[in-house]
Design a binder for this molecule. Structure first.
Ligand code: MN
Length: 259
């Protein structure tokens, strides 16, 4: 088993099962900002050149900019994270997403400012090396407010979100942003409570528990009761599916337990 885990072990003709190793405490690591846990899953065993590792980023943690001579594949397993290639927009990544990094494309990946993220990273070695590390991703590059991630507030409201959407985000994000921050949010003919119910319903349907949390808190503040929101969730289950409704019910329970 130890042979299979070593860097360039000789090929063996037996199947090796390696159990998961106990988690360690996240730590500061060279070529990363913030606290991460890098757990090697498998090394390259000849004739294969493929390596795999699990990387757990605490909120705010990310890699430095870097390239991979033969590219890299990331499979997101938990949390909400970010990936960006040089000159391109930050893209949000979620559990189940597979991210293909092309060869020699400068990029970084990591958590979100307010959420941790874990991914399995699969790479290929060229002359025993799979990554070329570059400069740090500074706070200004990382702490970009993605338009569909933050709750609307007086200061960081529609105009800032629209500005960002106009420059970086694809059409779907534009639509989401318009729904969340635009028309629904500013309708004088709808009470705050009714607007909140519409927004919360949209977030449940789109299965966005992270944004749902802040909007549910806002709905509570705007006068929507726990019973009403519970009815909304039950009603939506038939349209949005039970998994989305169940995850919304969990978030609602937490929000309404808070004083
Ligand atoms: Mn990478």
């Amino acid at each position: 088993m130890s042979l299979a885990l070593a860097g360039s072990a000789a090929a063996e003709d037996i199947i090796v099962v390696s159990p998961i190793r106990p988690p360690q405490a996240p730590a500061a690591t060279p070529n990363f900002t913030g606290r991460v846990q890098v757990q090697r899953l498998f090394g390259a065993v000849e004739p294969s050149r493929v390596t795999g590792g699990l990387v757990i980023f605490e909120a705010g943690a990310r890699t430095h900019w870097h390239t991979h001579a033969l590219g890299q594949t990331l499979i997101v397993t938990a949390g909400v994270g970010r990936v960006q290639q040089w000159g391109g927009p930050i893209q949000e990544i979620k559990p189940g997403d597979t991210v293909r990094i092309p060869a020699n494309v400068k990029h970084w990946h990591g958590a979100s400012p307010n959420s941790s993220m874990s991914h399995v990273a699969i790479g290929e070695q060229l002359d025993g090396k799979s990554v070329e590390w570059l400069e740090k991703v500074d706070d200004a590059q990382f702490n970009v407010a993605l338009p569909n991630q933050s709750a609307p507030t007086a200061s960081a409201g529609p105009s800032r979100a629209r500005q960002l959407v106009g420059s970086v985000a694809p059409k779907l994000a534009q639509l989401t942003d318009d729904v969340l921050f635009g028309d629904v949010w500013a309708r004088p003919q709808l009470s705050k409570r009714d607007r909140s119910i519409a927004t919360v319903s949209a977030l449940i349907t789109m299965n966005r528990p992270e944004q749902l949390r802040s909007h549910l808190a806002l709905a509570k503040q705007n006068g929507a009761t726990e019973e009403e929101l519970s009815e909304v969730i039950t009603h939506l289950a038939f349209y949005a599916g039970w998994p989305s409704a169940m995850s919304a019910a969990g978030v609602a329970k937490e929000v309404f337990q808070q004083p």
